[in-house]
Design a protein around this ligand. Sequence first.
Ligand SMILES: CSCCC(=O)C(=O)COP(=O)(O)O
Ligand SMILES: [Mg+2]
Length: 246
Amino acid sequence: MTATDCQILLVDIEGTITPITFVTETLFPFVLNNLDSFLDEQWGTSDLQPFIEELRVQAGKDVDAGLPEAVVIPADGDDAMKEAVKKNIRWQMHQDRKIGALKSFQGYMWKSGFVSGELKGIVYDDVIPVLEQWQQQGKKNYIYSSGSVPAQKLLVGHSNHGDISSYFSGYFDTAVGLKVEASSYECISQAIGVAPASILFVSDNIREIEAAAQAGLKVLIASRPGNAPLPESHPFTVITSFDQIQ
Ligand SMILES: CSCCC(=O)C(=O)COP(=O)(O)O
Ligand SMILES: [Mg+2]
């Protein structure tokens, strides 16, 4: 079976359909630059509360796991807690952690930026015709990213190509498991209701590609400007543009 025999195109975001620089030079600075004022304004609101609780629970796990420099978040709700949350987020973002609690919070902060138009998701031009073509052929496109599902929807709903969400039939984040674990791809295959071999996964991260291949998915590595270098030798096909998907 070749890639075009697949029924499902499952794409990563950062480094695959979106430049890494958009994430590191636009999305992440938006959080870091607005963090203090955002938390000062939103502190105590019921909308913010679940995100803070998720961060607090994760901080407890990080401390228990003995992570160096892990920042404890107290449960008292006062200024000390707010300052610990700020410190915790900065610590996690400094390490570019792909942890659900951080990703959910980032997505919550990005919402105002995408809705106001200050943020516009960047999607490579070569991606759009392929999404369109797969859909026209009765196939389906999905996203699997470490970014939270709400953040994924914001990015494709407010992109440089307009609202491209109609090309996507569904979204997965690390709620199904880490992207470097084969079981996550088995979960996705079950959730979509197709055999792993009918799914083509495209990602810039070779560890994710290895995990997906182990689960039986077809895989392609995306090599985009600015992506991390790949090992000299590996068994996978590399594409530099989505028009090479065939
Ligand atoms: C709107 S998704 C934001 C990008 C992000 O935070 C991220 O971690 C993307 O990771 P990926 O799994 O898509 O490489
Ligand atoms: Mg990626």
